[in-house]
Design a protein around this ligand. Structure first.
Ligand SMILES: *Cc1c(COP(=O)(O)O)cnc(C)c1O
Length: 376
């Protein structure tokens, strides 16, 4: 069986977790602080705040951006459902924009048509690692006085116009779920250059507490904490951060290995006329979190049939990125959505196996099997 994805975990990650456990300090503490510093240095942001996952990161991003009940936030429907859900958490309404078929990224022109007096923010998603056109969305946000938020759950190690994702705006949310390029089991991070956001995020992730456990613990005088606002427990543990530090050290290598697999797919699948391969335009560099192909209408088999035929040959695949507006949680709200481009892209795309290390013979099997099924 060829898997769809696998985390790249080694003994150094396990040793790091072990060493941290043996120090006796296992919740948010020195390892989290070290992970944050190294993460910020890697992506090129002033600050980074570690959180329990990307969904909680997105929730806190909404709060510090001041999004409230009655507000609207524009985002793509075509994304993992956490993108839309985080807008709901603060009582606001996700307003779904279309995507560009070639990149699966949000269409800035369609997004602009959805702006109303209630719109407060635009939440862009770097789909499966490929950066959205950040500058175009920044310009749109500046023009209409909106907050830009980036769902970069899949985009650690990707870059846009020569700079790493995480360096371009003030609320960039990452995930370390095992399905992403580096992992801490579960985990998240917000990169920001905004000091006020940074300070408030640190409060909100631990119950609004004015003094951290670590500071109180290390103090030679008695300190009492105050709770400055209603916060949450969205902490990452030091055990997870210890793994994250080691994963971060491997990130550039992991991305370079992923690029090699993608390069073979790009070169050897382009002869299949009914496939549209992923686009990586000048200035956009993806970490290849996933390799997603679109099946054109002339394909001899439909997407679901193709997935079954691959499975019969021992090859796992997944449907392309989901659409949120057709999930039961959103469908039943009676929203009048007309998103034909997103629906078509979702229904006819398929994610192929890509992980590190992936053996050449397995890549060859995927390529040859696709050729057998699709080249007539
Ligand atoms: C994975 C993912 C999330 C959620 O991340 P978690 O860390 O699992 O909460 C959010 N948005 C997108 C686009 C994702 O792919």
């Amino acid at each position: 069986m060829i898997a769809i994805a696998k985390p790249y975990l080694t003994e150094t990650d396990a040793q790091s977790a072990y060493d941290t456990i043996m120090t006796g300090w296992i919740t948010q503490g020195p390892r989290v602080a070290e992970f944050e510093e190294k993460f910020a240095a890697y992506v090129g942001s002033k600050y980074a705040v570690a959180l329990s996952n990307c969904t909680t990161a997105l929730h806190l991003a909404m709060i510090v951006a001041g999004i409230k009940e009655g507000d609207e936030v524009i985002c793509p429907s075509m994304s993992y459902i956490a993108t839309a859900n985080c807008i709901k958490y603060v009582g606001a309404t996700p307003v779904f924009a279309e995507i560009i078929p070639e990149t699966f990224n949000m269409d800035v022109k369609h997004a602009e048509t959805l702006i109303t007096s209630k719109t407060k923010a635009i939440l862009i998603v770097h789909q499966i690692g490929l950066p959205a056109d950040i500058d175009a969305f920044k310009a749109l946000c500046n023009k209409h006085n909106l907050q830009l938020i980036e769902d970069a759950a899949c985009a650690i190690g990707s870059s846009y116009k020569g700079n790493k994702i995480g360096s371009h705006s003030d609320l960039v949310c990452f995930s370390f779920h095992p399905r992403k390029v580096i992992t801490t089991g579960d985990g998240g991070m917000i990169a920001t250059n905004n000091e006020a956001f940074y300070n408030r995020l640190k409060l909100l992730r631990q119950h609004g507490m004015s003094v951290s456990d670590r500071v109180r613990h290390g103090s030679s005088t008695v300190i009492f904490e105050d709770h400055l606002e209603v916060g949450y427990n969205y902490r990452l543990t030091d055990i997870q951060a210890a793994v994250g530090i080691k994963q971060l050290e491997k990130l550039d290598w992991i991305v370079s290995e992923r690029k090699k697999v993608a390069k073979r797919y790009n070169e050897e699948l382009k002869s299949i006329n009914c496939l549209r391969l992923p686009a990586e335009a000048e200035g956009y560099s993806t970490n290849w979190q996933s390799y997603c192909v679109y099946l054109k209408p002339e394909s001899p088999v439909k997407r679901n049939e193709l997935m079954q035929l691959l499975l019969d040959k021992g090859i796992s695949s997944r449907r392309g990125i989901m659409t949120s507006h057709r999930e039961t949680a959103y469908k039943n709200e009676g929203g009048n959505y007309h998103l034909p481009v997103s629906e078509n892209a979702c229904d006819n795309s398929i994610i192929l196996p890509l992980f590190v290390p992936m053996e050449d013979k397995d890549i060859t099997t995927v390529i040859n099997t696709l050729k057998e099924i699709l080249s007539h």
